[in-house]
Design a protein around this ligand. Structure first.
Ligand SMILES: Cc1cc2nc3c(=O)[nH]c(=O)nc-3n(C[C@H](O)[C@H](O)[C@H](O)COP(=O)(O)O)c2cc1C
Length: 174
């Protein structure tokens, strides 16, 4: 639902991958493009993968990770779009299988039924990406209309290191 100030509302779902430490870059870029942002993190991501206080200050809202208590109001408005970044092997496979045992997964599973545009930036090492279950999960999510960005498709870093994680590719796909 569009916020009272007219801005559309973006859910950023953060999983427990090392690059989550830089999720503030995505939030800053989304706000520059006039999205209001609420962050939903997996419980593992909340355990030291990024600076939760900094993200709460940046978005002006508490990070959501646990289910609300029945009867409590919904802390975020409904989403106009969802970005999952970084998306882990674990969350991608559980989402594709319809598992909803965290708030992040429940939100992703529901987004499909609600018709909310959803974009994913996977952060999955080649050794895990080779698993047949992962390939099947990607195929199923693509069939569901989920859009995948390639965050590591940029130029190699100085010294030949892996390209920087391309956070803004997710916004380009919305
Ligand atoms: C330092 C660190 C970095 C990790 N980076 C990744 C990663 O880039 N991609 C990934 O799929 N899993 C990564 N993992 C493993 C996940 O944290 C683990 O599979 C976890 O269960 C994922 O939970 P979630 O999908 O609920 O966030 C990492 C773990 C650690 C400790």
């Amino acid at each position: 639902m569009t916020e009272p100030d007219g801005k559309p509302f973006l859910y950023v779902v953060v999983c427990a991958a090392g690059v989550a430490v830089d999720v503030g870059r995505l939030i800053a870029a989304a706000r520059e493009r006039d999205w209001e942002v609420g962050v939903i993190a997996t419980p593992v991501a909340m355990s030291g993968f990024f600076d939760t206080a900094a993200v709460e200050a940046q978005t002006g809202r508490p990070i959501r990770s646990a289910w609300r208590t029945p009867g409590d109001p919904r802390p975020f408005p409904p989403p106009d779009a969802v970005i999952v970044a970084p998306a882990t092997f674990n969350t991608i496979n559980k989402w594709a299988s319809g598992t909803a045992d965290t708030l992040a997964l429940g939100t992703l599973c529901e987004a499909y039924g609600l018709g909310v545009p959803t974009v994913v930036l996977p952060c999955v090492a080649d050794a895990l990406a080779a698993h047949p279950a992962y390939r099947a999960s990607l195929a199923r999510l693509r069939e569901m209309g989920v859009r995948f960005g390639e965050p590591y498709s940029g130029a190699a870093q100085e010294g030949g290191g892996r390209p920087e994680f391309g956070w803004t590719k997710a916004l380009d796909l919305l």
